[in-house]
Design a binder for this molecule. Structure first.
Ligand code: RB5
Length: 151
């Protein structure tokens, strides 16, 4: 898959480990950094880069990592058509794709350990939207909220 990955200083160096893992599994990675965890930076900047890569189709899915994963998820979900899931367990990792058709995974590097984070990434990347009617109906309702809010 084509996967865009970005992390702020709080998400470093977990992003490097995730990239290594995904490249090793044959995925094509667009790496938006950071590669320097000593420099304070701002998670919304990475959320925009990863989100826009997904919006444009350059990437099929995105992964965002910050300290808690919360800020990255809040920011990414402001982008039209982005459904970002903050996951701290593997069940949410695959269900967020299967039921909610999420296209961005958010992780908290200060919350989940490296091995759990990699398991969550594997679960998210391997899962696909089920396409079931009830899930489509709910996604249509979310899209309607988004459309109404945009005016
Ligand atoms: C950075 O200190 C931290 O606030 C950020 O990485 C993230 O956890 C925000 O939600």
């Amino acid at each position: 898959m084509r996967i865009a990955i970005g992390a702020d200083h709080g998400g470093y160096p977990l992003n490097e480990r995730v990239i290594e893992e995904l490249r090793g599994a044959g995925h094509e990675i667009t790496d938006f950094g950071t590669h320097d965890g000593s420099q304070p930076d701002d998670y919304p900047d990475y959320a925009v880069k990863v989100g826009q890569a997904v919006q444009s189709g350059e990437a099929e899915i995105g992964i965002l990592i910050c300290g808690s994963g919360v800020g990255a998820a809040v920011a990414a979900n402001k982008l039209h058509g982005i459904r970002a899931a903050l996951c701290g367990d593997t069940y949410s990792g695959h269900q967020s794709r299967e039921h909610d058709d999420c296209n961005v995974l958010c992780l908290g590097a200060r919350v989940v350990g490296e091995e759990l984070a990699l398991d969550i990434v594997r679960a998210f990347v391997a899962a696909r939207f089920s396409g079931e009617e009830r899930h489509r109906r709910r996604l249509e309702k979310i899209a309607a909220i988004e459309k109404k809010e945009r005016g």
